[in-house]
Design a protein around this ligand. Structure first.
Ligand code: SIN
Ligand code: FE
Length: 293
């Protein structure tokens, strides 16, 4: 198995890296390694530390979410001044995450699209009732309501646990092995279904063949108890006050434990990669021998 981590010693959210170092970091990401920055912590003010409590989730969704484009926070119990302070903190994380990706992967800057920001104040070990939503099971990220049509999912995580608890993850087998193992279990996409899901606003935009296959891989891996018990994996303890970046559409991952995390999602069109042949879209098109996006 690939060495899972590519470690960078930066302690700065605006890292100034030599081009060769940045290119090596970008290649590591595209090859399925996690960029791991053990010394990169996100500073919170004393006033912001009040948000380190599960009470700020709305109780329905585990994660508080923030849309940097609309500057709107959702799924939180916070109101009034609390709500605007929470939004400001998440906005600052979003900006820091974007600056970080811009420094480490300057190649991506012109094409990098904003996704949502997530603040996770609830213990990750509270298992979800639904197997499909259970991120304690190894999976590739793919979202039923948000088609990406081949765009990459690049995510920046920061463990902000105040008691020094690590976020414990597992990393599974390489993408091509996952695709080969589960592809025959994915039901065909019914003609007209993508159009209908879009019309009914079940999806935000049209679900492509790529989205259908990625959702299939996500679901089939999570639903297979034997696979979850026995497949090859590496356990990672991601310490408090560390930051990591990973293409979660490429790397099989699961969270086992931890509490208090920031996450920022970016979308990246495959042509903006250093080598788009490494995108899940291109890998699947090679396997299926047809265009999928
Ligand atoms: C996930 O993306 O599957 C969950 C990651 C986490 O909450 O640590
Ligand atoms: Fe995930």
């Amino acid at each position: 198995m690939n060495q899972p981590l590519h470690t960078l010693e930066t302690a700065d959210w605006n890292p100034a890296l030599q081009p060769a170092i940045a290119d090596a970091a970008t290649d590591a990401l595209e090859n399925g390694q996690m960029l791991f920055m053990p010394r990169l912590a996100f500073a919170m003010s004393d006033a912001e530390k009040r948000f380190l409590s599960p009470q700020w989730s709305d109780g329905k969704a585990k994660n508080v979410s923030y849309d940097p484009a609309a500057q709107a926070v959702r799924h939180t119990s916070a109101e009034g001044n609390d709500r605007s302070a929470l939004a400001a903190m998440m906005d600052r994380y979003a900006g820091a995450a974007r600056a970080l990706v811009s420094g480490l992967c300057p190649h991506y800057v012109p094409a990098l699209e904003w996704g949502l920001t997530s603040f996770r104040p609830v213990s990750a070990a509270n298992r979800e009732a639904s197997v499909r939503k259970d991120d304690m099971r190894l999976h590739l990220d793919a979202f039923a309501s948000r088609p990406v049509r081949g765009r990459r999912l690049l995510r920046v995580f920061c463990n902000i646990n105040p008691d020094g608890a690590p976020r414990v993850w597992e990393i599974g087998e390489p993408f091509d092995a996952v695709a080969a193992r589960f592809r025959d279990r994915i039901a065909p996409q019914w003609p007209g279904s993508a159009w209908l899901l879009d019309k009914l606003h079940v999806t935000k935009g049209r679900r492509s063949a790529y989205d259908h296959i990625m959702l299939g891989l996500h679901d089939q891996a999570k639903l297979d108890d034997g696979y979850q018990r026995s497949c090859a994996r590496t356990r990672l303890e991601l310490p408090a006050n560390s930051t990591w970046i990973v293409f979660t559409d490429l790397v099989m991952h699961a969270v086992l434990s931890g509490q208090y995390l920031f996450e920022q999602t970016f979308y990246l069109p495959p042509p903006a990669m250093r080598d788009e042949a490494r995108a899940p879209l291109r890998r699947l098109e090679k396997i299926y021998q047809r265009a999928l996006a």
